[in-house]
Structures are given as structure tokens and as C-alpha cells.
Design a protein around this ligand. Structure first.
Ligand SMILES: *Cc1c(COP(=O)(O)O)cnc(C)c1O
Length: 394
């Protein structure tokens, strides 16, 4: 299996045989647990991830198929699936860190992760130093004897900053510090952090892996068995476990991941290029454009640049609001990575609580629009954007 191309491995999931036959789709074990004749088998299954299937909060065959499928695509030794991306991220941060520990993280983080870290700092005596995601020397200077984790995102939200995963993780590894990378925006199609020195990879499978805007989920993948067992144990304590049906839907979506990702990237390229040449647009943020601050880094890391982009309307906040009410095909919606093109205006939605100076510090303008490109025909999306840009220009 591992000798096949990535695209083929995504289609041929590791579905275990059932009663001697191999189903083409993974069976759905929609059960909270299993009954046993031998009590010893039962207690063994409760205490380790690879014991017998006993109780659904610890393990379930459908969930395990998902974990093995993602571990296979990311090149990990094991994976822990969760009910949401934040479930997986919580299990990793709480499983690895304890009071008195120090964390090194990049400043541009997914909002939920930033909130969780702020909580750990305020209520659990954990300290954090933020360093730019592409500055290994700053990371080296920030690491202390009590540093226990480095936390990065391959491509950040919403301004698409790209992290120097290999450089940053090398610094962490030299200091004996494990590193965790949220790879949601890139997906394993574009980048596999474990192959470049990371120890843990995180996904909100709600996004590209599931891919159909119909299921929440998350997963943490491990390059190391000890970390895997520690986080599995934490996830079972938190009850972050996914429902088998959610895992099954995610598996169904994942089989077309490489195909979808190709189209997401193609559509992003069309939109980014045309937006960059439009008079109503002041700037476009997509790692595939030569103007992007980490374009060279991204080109050295990935075969393409992802389906997420942002652009700044020259007309500021009012133009942003006019654009949002003018789009017809594109949907105004949270989340990302689904089949439909989605747009968001961070200044009036996801980041509305930030004072203007904090918004500016995050690189987000009053007229910034975030786009999650779908898999529609690019010309239809562009026609919609073109008419909305005309209205945004007023
Ligand atoms: C959505 C998202 C998360 C959180 O995932 P949920 O499934 O919503 O809990 C984490 N990281 C990134 C980069 C995301 O986009």
C-alpha cells in the first residue's frame, strides 16, 4: 500500500476484513460498546489504544479505521480521532502540558486555539512565548529549560502566513521539545509535517478531510508511540471521542481528498490572480502569488498553495460589507474546506471583538475578505466575484 501514490492510497482505505470478505466501504459499527465472555480482555481494552474494542470512548472499529487512514496519509505511527478539531487540539495541549510548563507558539493561530492557550496561561500556570512562524532563530532564543511544546500552523488563518515547519521543528528537536503542527489548511495532499521533523499533526477534519460541510471532527497524528498513548489517554478522559457515524462520514469524504484539493487549489489560483489585477482590490494574500511574503518558502514546501485566500478591498469596511451582501453563488458562512465557495468578512464577523489596532496587528484590514474556494467551475465563481466587486466599489 505505501508504495502507491498518495491519490491511490486515499481511495483504497485500510478497511479491515469482516467475516472473511473485504467490504469496499468501511462498516459502520454504530455501537457504544462490545460484550465479552472473558473479563481480562475487557480490562485490557480499557487501558490501551490497541487492546480489544470494549467501550466507544476508548476505541471503536469505525473510528479506528479513520485513525489508521489519516495516520497512513500523514505517515504517523498512530492517530487519535476526536469529535471536533478543538477536541483533538485540547487533548494534545492538555495531554502534553502541565502547570509550570512553557509553550512556544506562533502569534497567528486559529481563534479557538488562541482562546484555549489564553485559558491555559490564565488558569493553569502555563506560560507562552509567541515567535514568528518563519523565524527559527527567534524560536531558539525563546526555548527555555521548561519548554515542553512548540505549536505551529502550516498555513494560518485568515492571512495565509506559511510556517517554516522544517526549520522551526529542527530547532525544537535539538532542544528535545516536541512540536505540534495544525495542518488543516494544507491537508496531507500538500504537506506532511511528520516527514519534516514535526512530532504531532493536527487536523480539523470538519474542513478538507471530511470536505462536504456535513460532519464535525478532528484528529491528532503522532510520529512517536509514547506521545500517541499519552494523548489517547487524555482524549478518553476528556471524552473528546467522535461518534462512529461522524468517523464514517469523514472516511467517506476522505477518499476524494486529493481530487478535491486539486480543484480547490486551481480555483484559488484563478481567483487570486484575477483579484490581484482588479482595481477594487488593494492586496491579495495567497501563498501562490509572488507577492506573498513566504511565497518562496511555500514553493519549496508544497506542490500547490491551498484553497484558502484573503484579499483587501480598497474601499475598506463599507466595501467589505457591500461585497458580502452582493455575492450570490459564494455563501457567507463560517468554516472552510467544503465543496462550496465561502466568504467571510473578519472585521465584522470572526474578529469583530478585536479593537482596530489588534486587528491591524494581526494583519487584517477593515476591508479584508477571507475566501474558502469550493470546487465549482472557476468561471462561475469569478463571475459572481466580479459583479460583487463592482457593487463593493460603490
Ligand atoms: C476549524 C479549525 C480548527 C477547529 O476545528 P473544529 O472542528 O471547528 O473544532 C482548528 N484549526 C484550524 C486551522 C481550523 O480551521
Amino acid at each position: 500500500m505505501t508504495s502507491m501514490h498518495f491519490d491511490s492510497r486515499a481511495v483504497h482505505l485500510p478497511v479491515p476484513p469482516v467475516e472473511g470478505v473485504r467490504p469496499m466501504a468501511p462498516p459502520l459499527y454504530q455501537t457504544s460498546g462490545f460484550a465479552f465472555d472473558d473479563p481480562e480482555v475487557l480490562s485490557d481494552g480499557l487501558s490501551r489504544p490497541d487492546g480489544a474494542f470494549v467501550y466507544g470512548r476508548m476505541s471503536n472499529p469505525t473510528v479506528r479505521t479513520l485513525e489508521e487512514a489519516v495516520a497512513g496519509l500523514e505517515g504517523g505511527v498512530g492517530a487519535v480521532a476526536a469529535a471536533s478539531g478543538m477536541g483533538a487540539i485540547s487533548a494534545v495541549l492538555l495531554g502534553v502540558l502541565k502547570a509550570g510548563d512553557h509553550l512556544v507558539a506562533q502569534p497567528a493561530l486559529y481563534g479557538g486555539t488562541a482562546g484555549l492557550i489564553a485559558d491555559l496561561v490564565e488558569r493553569f500556570q502555563i506560560s507562552v512565548t509567541f515567535v514568528a512562524q518563519d523565524d527559527p532563530e527567534a524560536a531558539r532564543a525563546a526555548i527555555r529549560p521548561e519548554t515542553r511544546l512548540m505549536y505551529l500552523e502550516t498555513i494560518a488563518n485568515p492571512m495565509t502566513q506559511v510556517a517554516d515547519i522544517a526549520g522551526m521543528c529542527a530547532v525544537a528537536r535539538e532542544a528535545g521539545v516536541p512540536s505540534a503542527v495544525d495542518n488543516t489548511f494544507a491537508s496531507p495532499v500538500l504537506y506532511r509535517p511528520l516527514e519534516h521533523g514535526a512530532d504531532i499533526v493536527l487536523h480539523s477534519t470538519t474542513k478538507y478531510l471530511g470536505g462536504h460541510s456535513d460532519v464535525l471532527g478532528g484528529v491528532a497524528v503522532f510520529g512517536d508511540d509514547a506521545l500517541y498513548r499519552r494523548v489517547w489517554s487524555q482524549a478518553t478522559e476528556l471524552g473528546a471521542t467522535p461518534d462512529p457515524f461522524g468517523a464514517w462520514l469523514t472516511l467517506r469524504g476522505m477518499r476524494t481528498l486529493p481530487l478535491r484539493m486539486t480543484r480547490h487549489c486551481e480555483n484559488a489560483r484563478v481567483l487570486a490572480t484575477r483579484l490581484a489585477g482588479h482595481p477594487a482590490v488593494a492586496a491579495v494574500h495567497w501563498p501562490g502569488l509572488a507577492t506573498h511574503p513566504q511565497h518562496k518558502l511555500a514553493a519549496s514546501m508544497m506542490p500547490d498553495f491551498g484553497g484558502m485566500l484573503a484579499f483587501d478591498l480598497a474601499g475598506g469596511r463599507e466595501a467589505g460589507e457591500r461585497f458580502m451582501s452582493a455575492v450570490r453563488l459564494a455563501l457567507l458562512a463560517p468554516s472552510l474546506g467544503g465543496l462550496e465557495t465561502l466568504v467571510m468578512h473578519p472585521a465584522t464577523t470572526s474578529h469583530r471583538k478585536l479593537p482596530p489596532e489588534d486587528l491591524a496587528a494581526a494583519g487584517i484590514g477593515q476591508g479584508t475578505v477571507r475566501v474558502s474556494t469550493g470546487i465549482e467551475h472557476a468561471e462561475d465563481v469569478w463571475a459572481d466575484f466580479a459583479q460583487a466587486l463592482d457593487k463593493a466599489a460603490g
